[in-house]
Write a protein that binds this ligand. Structure first.
Ligand SMILES: C[S@@+](CC[C@H](N)C(=O)[O-])C[C@H]1O[C@@H](n2cnc3c(N)ncnc32)[C@H](O)[C@@H]1O
Length: 317
């Protein structure tokens, strides 16, 4: 799939005939301009450790948190402030409801957003439709494309200062369930997802400037009574593409739905179930809830950078 630009005018045209968009079974209203109470968070502090937790999702500016599987604005604000400078270009090639793009606009970064789903891009323009003076950037500094993160053909080599993205891992939320959407990584098998993410890693490496950062948030899953370490396998794909790992941040995941929810009528403790029937059905579904995701921050080596020291230290692993 080749990229094509979705302009602000396309959004205005869409608005003439639609008042909602439909994504992953939920209808989201568009075209309603709410008064913005605060353009910036009331309290914000840069994270200083490798464990990040945001129990309350930020709601400043036009962040509404209604796009399923969106990431917290606090998270991407940390990435933007730590790894880019005002005026630089930030790419989110799976931009979803536009959290990254809104933060770029508020923090004066130029932004490029790509998503496989056209409606997601309409939603992004809807949420980017506000004016902010001062340090913010204008609509002209934001470009949105419908496209596939595995083939960013309209983005030049080594033109991006920071990548911050959040893939839809392995069929947990299906963003384009109601229509065919070739290339949607939320609709493929685990193996298909991992293969797709290897391509995403290569494209990320191609478009990023040497010496700059690429951050990606991925979680794990369970299949057939096993824990599937998706995140580490995605990480390996990025290392194989040539990146170096700078950080592995554990992001606390809030509001996780219990995988064994169908058991909720059985108000029994694990011990009681065990006593009734050791290794019984209940025992096998009584997994720990997965309460974390991995936020990997990779660096693309500089041109001619000597990596010998790194390779030597890696020998200890
Ligand atoms: C987890 S969501 C991103 C949410 C976003 N960070 C936010 O805060 O709204 C993942 C997005 O990836 C998109 N996607 C799936 N496969 C894709 C692909 N091959 N290329 C580009 N986008 C893709 C989905 O449509 C979905 O919007």
């Amino acid at each position: 799939m080749s990229m094509f630009e979705v302009k602000f005018n396309d959004y205005l045209e869409y608005l003439k005939y639609h008042k909602k968009i439909l994504i992953e079974g939920s209808e989201l209203e568009i075209g309603i301009k709410k008064r913005i109470e605060r353009y910036q968070p009331e309290e914000f502090k840069l994270e200083e450790t490798t464990v990040w937790s945001f129990p309350e999702r930020g709601t400043w500016a036009t962040h509404r948190g209604d796009y399923r599987g969106n990431w917290p604005p606090q998270l991407v604000r940390n990435l933007i402030l730590r790894y880019s400078r005002p005026g630089e270009i930030v790419l989110d090639q799976m931009c979803g409801g536009g959290t990254t793009l809104i933060e770029c606009k508020l923090l004066g970064r130029r932004a490029v957003g790509v998503d496989i789903n056209f409606e997601a891009l309409i939603l992004c323009w809807d949420r980017l439709n506000f004016n902010i003076g001062g340090e913010g950037v204008s609509q002209a500094d934001i470009k949105l494309y419908q496209g596939d993160a595995r083939n960013l053909n309209l983005i030049e080599d080594e033109s991006v200062d920071l990548i911050a993205t959040h893939p839809p891992y392995a069929s947990i939320i299906k963003y384009s369930r109601n229509r065919s959407s070739n290339g949607d990584l939320s609709k493929v098998s685990i193996e298909g997802f991992l293969e797709g993410m290897k391509e995403v890693a290569k494209e990320s490496y191609r478009v990023l400037k040497p010496g700059r950062y690429c951050a990606i948030l991925v979680g794990d899953t369970r299949r057939h009574r096993h824990y599937v370490p998706l995140a580490f396998r995605v990480m390996q794909g990025f290392l194989d593409a040539g990146f170096i790992l700078r950080e592995d941040v554990i992001k606390h995941q809030w509001k996780v739905r219990k995988s064994g929810e169908r058991w909720k009528g059985l108000a029994k403790t694990a011990e009681e179930c065990w006593a009734e029937e050791p290794f019984g059905k209940r025992y096998w579904t009584d997994f720990l809830l997965i309460y974390h995701e991995h936020l990997f921050v990779f660096r693309k080596p500089k041109k001619g950078e000597v990596l010998d020291k790194l390779s030597n230290s890696m020998k200890w692993w």
